[in-house]
Design a protein around this ligand. Structure first.
Ligand SMILES: [Zn+2]
Ligand SMILES: [Zn+2]
Length: 382
């Protein structure tokens, strides 16, 4: 979004001076001005030939009612080819501008035409089957192919009865793969499909779940943390209506209605807020009582220790509370590697929210590390 903002605000592009390269980028509108559409059609006709031009400009329907009067995200001038201004842009700006330019151009080209083919190949007593497509007309793929198009199984042109050579025989068993973890892109795609948030809120949503340590990014995928699982379990348990994806989408629609003056905001907020505050009080009372049993025993009275929720997150407490007031941080099961220290490593956070591992004997022991050290089954770090 930061790079898009730079393209929108304008950059120095040679002798042409400063120019805004794209339209406003916080939009989910599919509307394109007639002027831009015509400029694009002229360009396509000249560059690729009139056979790539649909008779009438394509009409796209928005999945949701588009926000306000904004146009779709498109290059300000369709004629301004990415290569022509590459030298004035940073690599990131160039990549993003190219993506926007390609998508806009492709949206104004004719569809691709495929032939769907099934090929049956007989060999001895076996019959092999291959299903796929043959590309008959490139259409918008002349500009770029989407991931979906790239996944299409393209078969070579074959004639009936043609004799084929065996190049390689690959025998393998295919297993159903579990769904992949979310990446930034796949998460945004689902948010979009379910009507949650808007283009301007996708980046803050992802920042928030990382900052609160509900998920951690490994390579480019999100993995839920134990805290993330627990928070999700509790929220769905106590706020099933709000955590229902349909609720968020419906709320977005209500906000649109308020914007259009069809719904009074005080009334809408009241309808939401009054039952919500009642539920919040009940949930807070119940979460405080919620305890998770552990195998650890209290070193003061011998009763089992339990996990409880406090103001600063989870902690270990003696199940004999309030008679026994023993409480400590939850350890990672790894001993403090400091010479002569009897402490355990515990998860802690800096004032800015970054996670690290510190010693349970702090402030006597000041050991701290960003990564949990490897440990054997006794928790001895090595
Ligand atoms: Zn105790
Ligand atoms: Zn220590």
């Amino acid at each position: 979004m930061r790079i898009a903002q730079q393209l929108y605000e304008g950059l120095e592009i040679g002798s042409a001076g400063s120019a805004g390269l794209i339209t406003y980028m916080r939009t989910d509108s599919v509307r394109v001005s007639g002027e831009a559409q015509q400029a694009c059609r002229d360009y396509i006709g000249q560059k690729y030939g009139v056979e790539y031009l649909p008779a009438k400009p394509p009409q796209y329907k928005s999945r949701k009612r588009a926000q306000g009067a904004h146009e779709a995200i498109r290059p300000a001038l369709p004629l301004r080819e990415p290569q022509a201004i590459e030298e004035y842009l940073s690599p990131e700006q160039y990549k993003l501008y190219t993506l926007i330019w390609n998508k806009f151009l492709a949206s104004q080209l004719r569809p691709a035409v495929y032939g769907v083919t099934t090929i049956l190949i007989s060999a001895a007593e076996f019959l092999f089957k291959a299903t796929g497509s043959t590309l008959k007309f490139a259409g918008f793929m002349k500009v770029f192919a989407t991931g979906e198009e790239q996944k299409k199984q393209i078969l070579p042109p074959l004639k009936k009865g043609e004799e084929l050579d065996l190049v390689k025989l690959d025998s393998g068993q295919h297993f159903t793969q579990p769904p992949a973890r979310f990446s930034d892109a796949s998460l945004v795609k689902v948010l979009e499909e379910k009507g949650i948030g808007r283009p301007s809120t996708y980046a803050p949503i992802i920042q928030t779940i990382i900052f609160r340590d509900y998920v951690r990014r490994k390579k480019s995928y999100f993995f839920p943390t134990e805290l993330g699982f627990t928070v999700s379990d509790m929220l769905t348990k106590y706020f099933p209506r709000i955590l229902d994806v349909k609720f968020t989408a419906a709320l977005e629609e209500e906000l649109d209605e308020i914007e259009e003056g069809k719904l009074e905001w005080v009334k809408a907020v009241k309808l939401f807020y009054e039952p919500f505050t009642r539920k919040l009080v009940i949930a807070q009372r119940k979460v405080k009582k919620e305890v998770i049993p552990t195998k650890e025993t209290c070193e003061l009275c011998g009763r089992p220790m339990v996990i409880k929720w406090g103001r600063h997150g989870r902690f270990l407490s003696c199940s004999g509370f309030p008679e026994c007031k023993n409480a400590r941080s939850i350890t990672t099961g790894v001993r403090c590697p400091q010479e002569g220290c009897e402490g355990w490593l515990v998860e802690r956070r800096t004032r800015r929210g970054k996670m690290f591992y510190g010693c349970s004997k702090y402030p006597e022991c000041k050991y701290a590390a960003n990564e949990l050290p490897q440990a054997d089954s006794d928790g001895q770090a090595h």
